[in-house]
Design a protein around this ligand. Structure first.
Ligand SMILES: [Zn+2]
Length: 525
């Protein structure tokens, strides 16, 4: 079986997603990550569309990529124009990439109503555009827009478009489900009807409007496609593109297909989170393979089985894709869950005093309103404290926050903090909009010089929940904070009747967790 080539379009189709915008610098950093993961083609953007897009290709020329080929994207030449002089084709050539993705029409209705030209002229546009790029030595990937719908409407014409691309020397003919309306059975039926032996190799590009982009892509591979397009995390126009973070492990682990990324699967989770961070989107917890919940197990029976024989409960070990197993804690938590969490610090017997004490402590904390299912980093600190394996990052002397508001200006907060770290008295000050942000800034201000690792830690999510709303203003609140250093993410919790105090607990747990697990243990900062 032939290896499957992967084209990532995070930086082109992915940029069409709602709320997604990568700066030029982000795009370059994402391209480096994709190359490190050994994606075959990185579609970098549409050089004709803006200066930022064209600048990306210029900058990428000086990047030494290990594996990936950069591809520019554009459409076939305009009707009744010469390809060599056409602005679309010129922009593709001027991007000076090794590969070009050229998109053309395969649906007669689009040729007539959108291009407003004849069916014959569209075939010439395809042929000229592909042939011109091939003559300049580029790898040419020909995307057939709305191919499946076009085929359903007029199969003979859709086939002519495939033949025009083949005759002109296209390296790959990519069948696109541009409006995302197909189901796997449609994809299979249509591809099986094509005379693959006399066409250039086929590829697939799916959108997720029916929730089947991944299934459609895999169906296409099963019937002969050897090139798959998609985006990291599946983000893209409307409901998104086919999710490469699902397709790639499925190809490698489930279908036994070869891709150049298969050897790098253990970096998949960090690739997914890296792109999420650049997109400034909170990673979807329930995402297959790479989501935080993908290998999470609730306490009780499941956790018991996991400890005895993980393969009886999990479809793959999470480590294969760089994810990790999380055992969720809850009031039902048995000793086995607690033991598993403690395993990192040594072998503990179920009947040992340490296990009993921690199980009791956990119950107490849960009664106070703490909830560790989504705050494993805070629970790690509870264990460390119980085992005498905890070193506080600092000791608080006091903090002081003052919020003020005038009639026609927004509320502001100023704050100061005094603390002791490594036998030194430190002070930090900051001004910000909200109290939590200000407190966080004060803390960073105090520790920035002596603890440079603080700079790597970012708060990526902050959630507040009222625990007993019937008690109105005296209700307890629970604050969850998600932090990240760009690679790893961890969650912490705080509980109090005072929202600032609850936030403070979650905030220092976040810093303490990182300090105890990654700074002291690696003996660096
Ligand atoms: Zn698309």
């Amino acid at each position: 079986m032939k290896p499957i080539m992967i084209l990532d379009t995070t930086l082109r189709d992915g940029m069409q997603g709602t709320g997604i915008n990568y700066s030029l610098e982000d795009k370059i950093q994402i391209a480096r990550q994709l190359d490190g993961f050994r994606i075959d083609f990185i579609e970098g953007g549409f050089p004709l569309s803006s200066r930022k897009e064209a600048e990306f290709f210029r900058r990428m020329k000086s990047e030494r990529l290990e594996h990936a080929r950069i591809a520019s994207f554009g459409s076939t030449r305009r009707p009744n124009h010469e390809a060599e002089k056409d602005p679309n084709i010129r922009a593709l050539l001027e991007a000076e990439t090794e590969a070009a993705v050229v998109v053309g029409k395969a649906w007669t209705e689009h040729v007539r109503q959108v291009l407003k030209t004849t069916l014959e002229e569209n075939l010439r546009m395809v042929h000229d555009s592909v042939a011109t790029l091939k003559r300049r030595g580029l790898t040419v990937i020909f995307d057939l827009e709305h191919f499946f719908q076009g085929y359903n409407d007029d199969p003979a014409y859709a086939l002519k478009v495939l033949e025009a691309g083949t005759d002109a020397g296209a390296d790959t003919l990519v069948l696109c489900d541009t409006n995302g309306g197909m189901l796997p059975a449609d994809v299979t039926r249509i591809i099986q009807a094509l005379p693959q032996e006399r066409l250039a190799p086929l590829g697939i590009h799916c959108h997720d409007d029916t929730g089947t982009a991944v299934a459609n892509s895999l169906a296409a591979v099963e019937v002969g496609a050897i090139h798959v397009q998609g985006t990291v995390n599946g983000w893209g126009e409307r409901c998104g593109n086919a999710n490469l973070c699902v397709i790639i492990p499925n190809l490698c682990l489930k279908m036994g297909r070869e891709t150049s990324c298969c050897g790098n699967l253990r970096h998949l989770t960090s690739l997914s989170r890296f792109v999420a961070e650049k997109a400034n989107i909170i990673p979807e917890k329930r995402q297959p393979y790479v989501g935080e919940a993908a290998f999470s197990h609730k306490a009780g029976q499941h956790a018991d089985v996991i400890i005895k024989a993980a393969h009886l409960m999990e479809h793959i070990p999470g480590e294969l894709v760089g994810n990790e197993r999380r055992l969720l804690l809850s009031e039902l938590a048995g000793k086995s869950t607690v033991m598993k969490k403690m395993a990192k610090y040594g072998n503990f017997d179920k009947s040992s005093q340490a296990v009993q004490e921690l199980t009791d402590r956990l119950k107490e904390l849960e009664e106070e309103g703490y909830e560790y299912e989504a705050a494993e980093a805070s629970f790690d600190l509870v264990i460390r404290k119980a085992l005498g394996r905890y070193r506080p990052l600092f000791e608080l002397r006091n903090y002081h926050l003052e919020s003020f508001k005038a009639t026609d200006s927004p509320a502001k907060t100023v704050g100061r903090i005094f603390l002791q770290a490594d036998a030194k008295e430190l002070m930090g000050a900051a001004a910000g909009l909200g109290p939590v942000e200000t407190l966080d800034d004060c803390l960073r201000d105090a520790l920035a010089m002596s603890h440079p690792f603080m700079e790597r830690i970012k708060l990526v999510d902050f959630a507040v929940r009222v625990l007993n709303p019937e008690r109105a203003t005296a209700a307890k609140v629970r604050v969850f904070i998600t932090s990240s250093d760009g690679e790893k993410s961890w969650n912490t919790v705080g509980v109090s009747e005072n929202v600032i105090e609850a936030s403070w607990q979650a905030l220092i747990d976040s810093m303490d967790y990182y300090y105890n697990n990654y700074v002291i243990e690696n003996n660096g900062s």
